[in-house]
Design a protein around this ligand. Sequence first.
Ligand SMILES: N[C@@H](CCC(=O)N[C@@H](CS)C(=O)NCC(=O)O)C(=O)O
Length: 291
Amino acid sequence: MTDTQAYEPPKVWTWNKPSGGRFANINRPIAGATHEKELPVGRHPLQLYSLGTPNGVKVTVMLEELLALGHRGAEYDAWLIKISEGDQFGSGFVAINPNSKIPALLDRSGPTPVRVFESGAILMYLAEKFGAFLPSSGPARAECLCWLFWQMGSAPYLGGGFGHFFAYAPTKIEYAIDRFAMEAKRQLDVLDRRLGESEYLAGKEFTIADIAVWPWYGGLVKGWLYGAPEFLAVQDYKNVQRWAEQIHQRPAVKRGRMVNRIQGEPSSQLHERHDAGDFETKTQDKLAPAS
Ligand SMILES: N[C@@H](CCC(=O)N[C@@H](CS)C(=O)NCC(=O)O)C(=O)O
């Protein structure tokens, strides 16, 4: 193992220097708003404040899937929250997510607006509101919730652990990369075994469990996250690959991935979505064609 700089933790930690790494400018040890800023509100019942990261994509995929099933009440405005610019610390955003992280949803369909934060809670809220993608009772519901909560507990090790130390940390620390690569591969193996015995995570039906897990682990085996497909030998997880491609082929998933996306091919980026027609007319190749 390579040696890293000797560090003796002080008795009490103080915030006296930037932590370094890709997100150093937004990391803070305190919660709450840093500035006053109201959130915009559009014409649809559901207002989504988000960004096209794996956590954000879960919700836009869910909304596009609901619309594809014909649930008109799932019409939504998707507003862009630029987390690298600190939008998540504006007072309006903090009022609907005191945790200052995307995605956050405001349901304005009833007499009193309902705020929902945490992507897993948003998926459950929408699934129950529309009666879709979550079995209503019994073992099938239990299995779906197991995999939904598996994702909530596991992905921080993949993103905040493996992804952070492999791709974003200012120095490569062998101990940290080893520890989290081991866990990322173990998690892929958990999924691979499950998807070897079942078409989808909760059984025969596509559910919010797949919607939650796919942007992270589907994205990982497709090589979309952290530039690590070779390092993690993702091609070995054949069942995860099969499932990832099957979900990728769903038209609503393709649309959901485009919403609030600010990187990649301009034709794949729909920064804000306010109408179903926006996918045809408002992608970045149309709004800001390369000169
Ligand atoms: N457990 C949360 C995680 C959300 C999360 O980590 N969001 C990230 C982007 S993927 C974020 O907003 N980061 C901004 C920050 O940490 O300041 C969820 O599932 O909704």
